[in-house]
Design a protein around this ligand. Structure first.
Ligand SMILES: [Zn+2]
Length: 149
């Protein structure tokens, strides 16, 4: 037995996990009235904590979160309002290029050897597959983060 009292951490370990305590701790607590009293107090504290009811919010947390999600407004509505004019301009540009240079474009693609076209299509399809897999993986991760129920 040591002359000094054991630390509070050792007493807590004695209360919570007595089989894994060292013999010195067990012997000291069994002999020392002060440490035995502390152990008893910790025992009462831990049992009170264990029997405490789980805290419940006084408000509807799920309802508040859902209202925030459904009422979410885009932060930059001015930028989103510019999307449609730019999209219209882009579509018009593509149509104009097709109308003006369509025959030249067709001749350009016909003059490229077919093996080169297959290589380009293979690379494009492979890239699209990887992009799709990455997008699905990110989507699943986000859904898993949201799925807290
Ligand atoms: Zn002691």
């Amino acid at each position: 037995m040591t002359d000094e009292h054991i630390s509070d951490n050792d007493i807590q370990q004695y209360v919570l996990d007595k089989p894994n305590c060292t013999n010195a701790i067990i012997e000291h607590v069994d002999i020392c009235p002060s440490c035995k009293a502390k152990a008893h107090i910790y025992q009462l504290l831990f049992s009170a904590i264990k029997h405490q009811s789980k805290p419940i919010f006084e408000f509807d947390l799920a309802g508040l979160v859902l209202s925030c999600i459904t009422n979410h407004k885009p932060a930059n509505s001015k930028a989103t309002s510019l999307v449609w004019p730019f999209a219209f301009f882009g579509v018009c540009s593509i149509c104009a290029i097709g109308y003006l240079f369509g025959q030249h474009l067709i001749n350009m693609f016909l003059s490229i050897p077919s093996i080169s076209m297959y290589l380009v299509f293979t690379a494009a399809i492979t890239l699209m597959c990887f992009q799709g897999i990455e997008m699905i993986t990110k989507y699943k991760k986000k859904i898993n983060k949201l799925d807290f129920g």
